[in-house]
Design a protein around this ligand. Structure first.
Ligand code: HEM
Ligand code: HEM
Length: 185
């Protein structure tokens, strides 16, 4: 244990705000995948439904980005519960890499999605209420395609990290029964 966590000791669970943010984010991310894939593979005929889905996906992505910044700040100042002493080194490393990877993707996905939408000339109005200025403006098709592809690959990596993460959590909850799931419950 180092730094803040050492000063604060090892709590038994994450602080309530981190637990709330974790489960809220999990719910929002599930919705982002459903609506993102819907837009990509089954774009609705109805222009108003299409507009609603794009606005929901893009606005919620921006919301997730703000939430993850708050979450990282809270996390760095409150520390985290320790894994059980008998957790093998390889598993510790995997868990840390997985969780850092999830934070990185939570930060990058909204940025890539936002730039993707900017480059197509979209002017995002957050939940139809707050205009979000475009960072890069409309770009040539080739650049737009690269940004859209970055968003797609990011989604794929995030999905793979999540599969590993959820298997890890369920492994702790059902096979090891070592209280790790309870850290976040
Ligand atoms: C059914 C879905 C999920 C389950 C069962 C689950 C379970 C857990 C559990 C038990 C922990 C605590 C691990 C520990 O104390 O070592 C945790 C931590 C974490 N989870 Fe999840 N999770 C889920 C979904 C997600 C999603 C969707 C994300 C983000 C996209 C996410 C990101 C994280 C991160 C970043 C941590 C590390 C927390 C930290 O130390 O700062 N989880 N999760
Ligand atoms: C955590 C945040 C996000 C996740 C998990 C996510 C996930 C996805 C997924 C899975 C798709 C379908 C596959 C693809 O085409 O890439 C998609 C599409 C899309 N996303 Fe996101 N997204 C996020 C944030 C954003 C944001 C903030 C914006 C814009 C402000 C955005 C704009 C788009 C657009 C425009 C599409 C349609 C894809 C296309 O045809 O290019 N996304 N997203």
């Amino acid at each position: 244990m180092t730094g803040t966590a050492a000063r604060l000791g090892s709590p038994e669970r994450y602080v309530p705000s981190l637990r709330a943010l974790h489960w809220l984010t999990a719910l929002l991310i599930a919705g982002m995948f459903v609506v993102g894939l819907w837009l990509k593979y089954a774009l609705p005929q109805s222009a108003s439904l299409r507009h609603l889905l794009f606005t929901l996906h893009e606005s919620t992505g921006v919301t997730i980005w703000v939430l993850v910044l708050i979450r990282i700040a809270v996390r760095l100042t409150t520390g985290a519960p320790r894994l059980p002493a008998d957790t093998p080194g390889g598993i510790r490393l995997l868990a840390t890499a997985n969780q850092v990877g999830l934070y990185v993707l939570l930060f990058l996905m909204p940025v890539m999605g936002f730039l993707d939408a900017n480059s197509a000339g979209v002017q995002l109005v957050w939940y139809e209420a707050v205009p979000v200025p475009s960072a890069i403006g409309k770009q040539p098709d080739a650049i737009h395609h690269q940004l859209a592809s970055a968003h797609w690959w990011g989604a794929l990596v995030l999905f793979l990290l999540l599969v590993l993460h959820v298997f890890g959590a369920l492994y702790h909850a059902t096979i090891r029964r070592d209280g790790v799931f309870h850290h976040m419950a």
